[in-house]
Design a protein around this ligand. Structure first.
Ligand code: ZN
Length: 490
């Protein structure tokens, strides 16, 4: 019985069949189908048949995956679901099929080399990535803001994954205290520019990626220009002004902002994209008052924690670039290392958000130091200069025998590492309860590790009526550097 059959034509023959790759014909046998084909496309006849009406010897006809010469040749019956393929022998260049787009880039995505096929083999065999996904990663660009604890695993994994262009914003030098968690750097990098060390490491890992170093502080003046050329921005910052700046710039530019933050044993991650979900200001409209949330430099951080949160940021970034999976848009992941538990909170877009809400009041970048209350005059009225004493000056006064009470507001485990002679330990959070131990008539010098916690202690004592107060500028660290190197630094 006759029915419709698909015949697949090889590239060289398609020109004689109206450029079609597949032609549908009627026929109950292979011979009938081929006859129907050459009746419809007469040009094909001389290519398929010789002058005696026999199939040319270099034309092979397959029924499904079987050569019909091993079946009943042209008398082979065709079942309704069968397909025919005409496969000519290929003699050389002229009839070689065009190379695939992944090797030439003819479709607009960058091509992959043989080395890249081997390097990304484990990606290529994932159907969710594959050749096209890997080429999309190669075409993509990501800006990493901050090359610290979060930026380290993030940049390493993005480079390893083959993200074509990785921009990094940072202006610091590598410090020995960074090596506990910032795995981009090694001991030889201490004292050197972070960006130079990072670029060398990333290009060493994957010479195929381009690393753009932006050795500058991200500011309201340069943020839009710096962020604009990148597909995705990843926030690896450690302070509130930069966090709000990154968020606001991303919303104004319409870019996704992959967020992560860490403190002590806890971390958070989300994806902010105001086009489809909330922004950071929907979650935290106002920054906490200065001093309420200590920085990692003050409060400490488990070194491996940024490894986990930064890696979550890398995963979310790759998913955004590949367009796969379910992103963290609208969800906040909370991680606690001490209990090894993840929690997830739903985040909603705030219609009253001053930035991405219905009636936005923020339409350009602002002064983020002032917004976060970090301009001292604006926040407390305390001019730090007038309340500070340098380590050398304090050393000279103690050597003269001046009557000064030294109050150390750090934690007991910090006191164990190092403390000043004659100092009294009153940790900051116990200060209100131990006010009675202090003598308002004596001069008091407050100190901590670097001078931030003791500045808060000073503000508290001032409000409690104390006046003869000084804050040791730079904390016990400055004392070790400038007065007594035998006091251990940490
Ligand atoms: Zn918002």
């Amino acid at each position: 019985m006759s029915h419709t059959t698909k015949i697949h034509l090889p590239t060289p023959l398609r020109a004689y069949a109206g450029s079609q790759a597949v032609v549908e014909v009627e026929g109950a046998t292979v011979g009938e189908a081929l006859t129907a084909l050459v009746e419809r496309h007469g040009e094909l006849k001389r290519h398929l048949y010789d002058e005696h009406g026999r199939l040319r010897r270099y034309v092979n006809v397959y029924l499904n995956d079987q050569d019909v010469r091993h079946l009943e040749r042209e008398a082979t019956p065709i079942a309704p679901s069968d397909t025919l393929s005409i496969v000519p022998s290929i003699a050389g260049g002229a009839t070689r099929p065009a190379p695939p787009a992944w090797s030439t880039g003819a479709d607009g995505l960058p091509p992959l080399s043989q080395d890249e096929l081997l390097r990304y083999g484990r990606h290529l065999i994932l159907p969710e990535v594959g050749l096209d996904g890997q080429r999309r990663l190669k075409a993509a660009s990501v800006l990493v803001v901050g090359a610290g604890g979060l930026g380290s695993p993030l940049a390493l994994y993005l480079a390893a994954a083959g993200v074509g262009r990785i921009g990094i914003v940072d202006f610091d030098r590598v410090d020995a205290s960074n090596l506990q968690r910032q795995i981009l750097y090694d001991s030889d990098s201490v004292g050197h520019s972070k960006l130079e060390a990072a670029r060398a490491r990333l290009v060493g890992l994957n010479p195929g990626v381009r690393v753009d170093p932006h050795e500058t502080r991200l500011t309201s003046e340069n943020a839009l220009d710096l962020l604009a050329p990148y597909d995705v921005v990843v926030d690896g910052t450690d302070n509130f002004p930069t966090r709000y700046l990154v968020n606001d710039a991303c919303v104004l530019l319409g870019k996704p902002n992959v967020y992560g933050s860490i403190f002590r044993f806890e971390g958070q991650a989300s994806v902010f994209d105001a086009r489809v979900g909330p922004c950071y200001r929907c979650l935290y409209p106002d920054p906490p008052p200065p001093g309420l949330v200590p920085s990692c430099a003050e409060g400490g951080v488990l070194g491996v924690l940024p490894g986990l949160i930064g890696t979550i940021q890398a995963i979310e970034t790759l998913k955004l670039l590949l367009g796969i999976g379910e992103s963290l848009v609208g969800r906040l992941v909370l991680f606690d290392a001490l209990t090894l538990s993840f929690r997830e909170l739903a985040l909603k877009k705030d219609p009253d958000c001053p930035l991405c809400g219905v009636r936005p009041t923020i339409t350009r970048l602002v002064d983020y130091e002032a917004f976060c209350g970090l301009t001292p005059v604006a926040s407390t009225g305390v001019e730090p200069g007038g309340w500070e004493i340098g380590a050398r000056e304090l050393g000279e006064r103690l050597a003269r025998g001046d009557d000064v009470a030294i109050i150390d507001v750090r934690e007991p485990h910090e006191w164990q590492i190092a403390h000043l002679p004659g100092a009294t330990l009153i940790p900051l959070n116990t200060l209100p309860a131990r006010l009675a131990e202090l003598d308002t008539s004596r001069e008091i010098v407050l100190h901590c590790h670097h001078g931030q916690r003791s500045m808060r202690a000073l503000e508290f004592l001032r409000q409690s009526g104390f006046r003869k107060l000084k804050n040791l500028k730079g904390g016990i660290d400055a004392w070790s550097k400038d007065v007594d190197p035998s006091v251990p630094r940490y």
